[in-house]
Design a protein around this ligand. Sequence first.
Ligand SMILES: C[S@@+](CC[C@H](N)C(=O)[O-])C[C@H]1O[C@@H](n2cnc3c(N)ncnc32)[C@H](O)[C@@H]1O
Length: 303
Amino acid sequence: MGRPPQYHRPVMVDRVVSWLLPLDGGVILDATYGGGGHTEAILAALPASRVLAIDRDPDARPQRPHPRMAFHTADFRSLDELLEREGVDDLAGALFDLGVSSHQLDVGERGFSYRRQGPLDMRMGPDAGWTADEVVNRWNEEEIARIIREYGEERFARRIARAIVGARPIRDTTHLADVVAGAVPPGRRDRPHPARRTFQAIRIAVNDELAALTEGLELAVRLLRSEGRLIVISYHSLEDRIVKQRFAAGARDCICPPELPVCVCDRITELRILTRRPEIPSLSAIEDNPRARSARLRVAERI
Ligand SMILES: C[S@@+](CC[C@H](N)C(=O)[O-])C[C@H]1O[C@@H](n2cnc3c(N)ncnc32)[C@H](O)[C@@H]1O
């Protein structure tokens, strides 16, 4: 589909395809197209299906889209409008492969990587509310500490936030990585880099990733047809928790207080969870593609 092979190597492709195989013929949503590796495998394995693919990053637009796919540069928060525009009533399957693509990490100018010099940007697409520069050079220390603690689950959030504010103006990604590394006590530095969690936190804040995920899942559940499947691959515990809790809430039936003699909530169970525990990549897959290391795949089916 016209993407250079190094754009991104898709994770757990065989598992994604095998969960979608029974749905051949229906429309499959790829909510996070990236380099299109999952879409390509889905189109090959489901010859009667169409794929509706979206990505908020304009770089992800395929040069030569497959005849059975439509692509939109959009946030998956606007899924319902896109389906309407495409004349699609419901989805047979939906895939969310979260986080950033290798392309986004590898291109220094995008500012995602603590390993590459680049501007403090980190926007997945131009629709993001602010840049990493605004977070790092303008937000107050409290706010910076909060996001590093909440979105980075970083023990030294307060020290790091203080160091960032004290080092302003922070010029670029390598400057930021050095300031963060210097704020962490020697001997307690995270691997592979002491700035990993801080960079993750700033990226999540810039792109409002957790709110987007919550909204995107909500829409996907609503738009799936009966027996349609929702597959989510997450890469850190904050994402996985949101997915797990949404699936569990959808799989619950009556939510009336136990003391009520009859059900008054009339709640209809929406989802059947197909993966009791998340699936993880095999050791050889991780050896082959280290970015698969933290992947967790969960599947639920619309009832
Ligand atoms: C891990 S990559 C997906 C890789 C893809 N599955 C492949 O096979 O190449 C995640 C992609 O999701 C996109 N993305 C993240 N949040 C998004 C959102 N809210 N709406 C649309 N795309 C999003 C990113 O821009 C990135 O390209």
